[in-house]
Design a protein around this ligand. Sequence first.
Ligand SMILES: NC(=O)c1ccc[n+]([C@@H]2O[C@H](COP(=O)([O-])OP(=O)(O)OC[C@H]3O[C@@H](n4cnc5c(N)ncnc54)[C@H](OP(=O)(O)O)[C@@H]3O)[C@@H](O)[C@H]2O)c1
Length: 186
Amino acid sequence: MARLIYSAITSLDGYVEDKDGKFEWAAPDDEVHAFVNDLERPIGTYLYGRRMYETMIFWETVSTGPEQPAVARDFAEIWRAAEKIVYSRTLQKTSSARTRIERDFNPDALRQLKAASGSDVTIGGSELAGQALAAGLLDECHLFLNPVLVGGGKRALPDNVRADLELINERRFRNGVVHLQYRTSF
Ligand SMILES: NC(=O)c1ccc[n+]([C@@H]2O[C@H](COP(=O)([O-])OP(=O)(O)OC[C@H]3O[C@@H](n4cnc5c(N)ncnc54)[C@H](OP(=O)(O)O)[C@@H]3O)[C@@H](O)[C@H]2O)c1
């Protein structure tokens, strides 16, 4: 059975974007980026909410020439190799290879996908991942806490969900980011 994993780069007060929709403070430096690449490398399928997909589509066409930092070239190749499912009621067509659209979040279909997948599955952004957490389908949550308070915006974790988590790993990076890895299903 594949694991379903949610990773989010957040402010210390728990937001993935601020009140103006900005998240430039979340851009990973090379050390964090390399760590994220290693987390993403074994993933077979990415599940995206439409908003996160529209952010990540950048990686489909970004140059992978020598002018790019090695971590960005590496991530572009990882991203392009994975299968993608975009959840949206409005998106008319996808703009990347290996990508299909789902019109509804169906917990049973996701349970079947986990059972059938030979490699782990990730889910993001926060609105879509919150539904998986609420449905009891999330197995792991990775938070990258940045040393910044943004005071409001889009929360990384949903309201009205009560869950006990087990901390299974943590790491401190030179730029002050802390990675926390939690098991969310037992
Ligand atoms: N902190 C960071 O490192 C970072 C990185 C990248 C992006 N971001 C920010 O984080 C935001 C992430 O987005 P988000 O958490 O607001 O949203 P999201 O989960 O990525 O996308 C929300 C959209 O997904 C679709 N959706 C959600 N539930 C659905 C369901 N049950 N059935 C069908 N479709 C469903 C809807 O699309 P439709 O409206 O099309 O129906 C909804 O508007 C980005 O926009 C960006 O600003 C932050």
